[in-house]
Design a protein around this ligand. Structure first.
Ligand SMILES: Nc1ncnc2c1ncn2[C@@H]1O[C@H](COP(=O)(O)OP(=O)(O)OP(=O)(O)O)[C@@H](O)[C@H]1O
Ligand SMILES: [Mg+2]
Length: 233
């Protein structure tokens, strides 16, 4: 499902380059559920964005859901994401003028989930994460944890093969977070879906099949580049 080789993404900052993410090698099989861990600033979000095709790295080979993303145009990557990937962003990225239900349906509009039963699926998902009574509220009228659960529903509405989640439970109380994780893992295991979930919570990580620490994926090249900008690795 996921194969990365010698991937690096850096940003220019004045004369310097800041290495945001370096992965020598990463392979995730179809149907695996993986927790992605690592200290703040080590490139977890950058890596998810590379996997989603939102960011293009400076170098490296990226194969995701049967397609090579390196060398693909931005619009082709956008289409590929709509067809195969559901993403929960660290900052949620809901559209403020729209209600919870409309935000979830917008996920279907840009993917393969468009169609007559999208609304039914969106409503069912919102019910399942405990937002049955909040479907017609706008993000500004919801709590942060509720907004996060809407973002999770939006990622799931297309029934994607690959679910990428950037700390999807970071704003949930333990009981709610546990229920939402149960739902996610249920959907993933019953549907044979691949999940990559960034988490700082060891309990959540333990429930996944495998934990990948980003620090262990960095190539020698990456470590050298990280050292050259102040040893922040
Ligand atoms: N647009 C940008 N321009 C310059 N540097 C950036 C940019 N985006 C990210 N970085 C740098 O890249 C590194 C990796 O950032 P990233 O957001 O991927 O970290 P993270 O592991 O997700 O951290 P956190 O756990 O805090 O979310 C950081 O050191 C960050 O400062
Ligand atoms: Mg992050």
């Amino acid at each position: 499902m996921i194969h990365l080789r010698s991937v690096q993404k850096s940003y220019a900052r004045g004369e310097q380059r800041v290495l945001a993410c370096a992965v020598d090698r990463l392979d995730i099989a179809a149907g695996e559920q993986v927790a992605l861990i690592g200290r703040s600033g080590t490139g977890k979000t950058t890596l998810l964005h590379i996997l989603a095709g939102i960011l293009r790295p400076d170098q490296g080979e990226i194969e995701v859901a049967g397609a090579r993303l390196d060398g693909m145009s931005e619009s082709a990557r956008d289409r590929h994401r709509g067809q195969h990937i559901g993403m929960v962003y660290q900052t949620f990225n809901l559209l403020q003028p729209f209600t919870a239900l409309e935000n979830v349906l917008l996920g279907a509009l840009f993917g393969r989930g468009a169609g007559h039963d999208a609304k039914r699926r969106a409503e069912a998902l919102l019910q399942q994460v405990g937002l049955g009574e909040r479907m017609h509220h706008r993000p500004g009228q919801l709590s942060v944890g509720q907004v996060q659960r809407v973002a999770i529903c939006r990622a799931l509405v297309n029934d994607p093969e690959l679910i990428l989640m950037d700390e999807p439970l970071g704003n949930q109380d333990r009981a709610t977070g546990g229920q939402v994780l149960d739902l996610l893992l249920d959907i993933a295991r019953n549907g044979g879906k691949t999940v990559v979930m960034v988490t700082h919570d060891p309990e959540s990580a333990k429930r996944m099949q495998r934990t990948v620490d980003l620090a262990t994926l960095r190539s020698d090249l990456g470590a050298a580049a990280a050292a050259s900008h102040g040893g922040r690795a």
